[in-house]
Design a protein around this ligand. Structure first.
Ligand code: NAG
Ligand code: NAG
Ligand code: NAG
Ligand code: NAG
Ligand code: NAG
Ligand code: NAG
Ligand code: NAG
Length: 299
């Protein structure tokens, strides 16, 4: 398929040949145009992706190269091969590898900056055939961290009808791409108000931190979770008011305990705290131990 003879010029002056390729591409792009629809591929941040240059021909290929298409700028040469020999572009030596057998290129350690449009250019041995150009669009994704859900509930007066409860719920997640939104599950939308939206792209990694706070007016207990991208928080229960009877029981229990304590203290004080009286001596059998002692001593 591939011719074995070496191109001396490419050997000696790779930079010149790259320049030539770039220029050729620009000319070719004008001449033959980009074929068909673009192919979309997706890569996960930090992982590898394989660009497979689409080809439905079986003609011998002299060279194949992949370029990055940057709007309003010259295309950037990434990697390719000429007569079976790999020719990586500047800055891509360590991250890319072409496979001349299946017309593919692997790119490692994908970053958000790699997202965009690429073209594959096939140049055939038989110059009677025009070079073929096809487009590959790379999308990058990164999963968000498991969102943190934070409730802040408080009871408050609600009009004249009495007390109610409302909650501020915050949901935040980091490290995702592309930018996403917070989705809540388990809430009644009519009782929900977005209070605060915040998102920030990290300067270096370009990944997003998302934070949303909502205000929720409670009507009944709710099991709530939030999701950012595909990551889902754990479920929390909000709007749990202690039921009325429970509160009454608690109050009664408190009063009973308090009264018992009071009686105990009074009794202790009565029996241990005061000096023996004539009454104690008269009521012989009912006299407690301490008083018995003092009686004995006084005898
Ligand atoms: C690729 O993605 C674009 C949007 O980014 C879409 O318009 C197009 O249809 C997709 N092509 C294929 C082949 O899925
Ligand atoms: C595939 O072949 C058709 C003609 O049969 C051509 O129009 C098209 O551009 C080719 N596509 C690619 C990706 O080479
Ligand atoms: C991957 O790329 C990032 C920057 O995009 C760099 O900080 C990191 O060291 C690279 N990792 C490897 C294994 O090359
Ligand atoms: C917050 O973002 C959501 C979309 O995620 C939008 O519907 C809402 O109007 C925004 N609210 C505020 C207060 O910015
Ligand atoms: C991020 O970049 C902006 C401007 O590009 C700069 O003002 C800001 O200080 C940077 N933030 C960090 C954390 O580096
Ligand atoms: C999200 O926003 C709320 C409200 O301003 C704030 O209290 C909370 O600390 C923020 N969380 C994160 C992780 O930034
Ligand atoms: C919330 O979850 C708990 C335990 O999973 C369940 O017992 C309770 O009925 C749920 N409450 C609501 C309002 O769905």
């Amino acid at each position: 398929m591939l011719t074995a003879d070496t191109d001396e010029e490419d050997m000696k002056k790779p930079v010149c040949s790259l320049l030539a390729l770039v220029v050729t591409t620009l000319l070719l792009a004008a001449a033959s145009g980009v074929s068909d629809a673009a192919m979309n591929i997706t890569a996960v941040l930090g992982h590898s992706v394989t660009f497979r240059c689409p080809s439905n021909h079986s003609r011998p290929v002299e060279r194949l190269y992949i370029q990055r298409v940057i709007k309003d700028k010259e295309d950037m040469y990434i990697n390719g091969f000429t007569n079976g020999r790999e020719m990586p572009g500047k800055g891509y030596q360590s991250r890319t590898k072409v496979n001349a057998m299946d017309y593919s290129m692997e790119m490692r350690n994908i970053s958000v900056g790699d997202e965009g449009s690429y073209i594959c250019v096939f140049v055939f041995v038989d110059k009677a055939y025009k070079p073929e150009i096809s487009e590959i669009i790379l999308k990058v994704t990164a999963e968000y961290s498991v969102p943190t859900i934070t409730p802040d509930c408080s009871e408050h007066r609600r009009g004249v009808s009495g007390t109610g409860m409302s909650c501020h719920l915050s949901c935040s997640a980091v490290g995702g791409y592309p930018q996403s939104t917070v989705r809540w599950a388990g809430l009644n939308p009519s009782l929900t108000n977005v209070f605060y939206n915040w998102s920030l792209a990290h300067n270096d990694s370009k990944t997003w931190t998302i934070n949303q706070t909502i205000m929720y007016n409670c009507d009944q207990p709710a099991n709530v979770s939030c999701a950012v991208g595909g990551a889902v928080s754990h479920t929390i229960t909000i709007c749990q008011t202690e039921s009325f009877p429970l509160r009454v029981i608690a109050a009664i229990a408190f009063v009973v305990v308090f009264v018992l304590l009071l009686i105990f203290v009074v009794v202790m004080k009565c029996y241990f705290g005061r000096p023996p009286t004539s009454e104690d001596r008269v009521e012989g059998a009912d006299v407690p131990l301490a008083d018995c002692h003092s009686q004995l001593q006084s005898v």
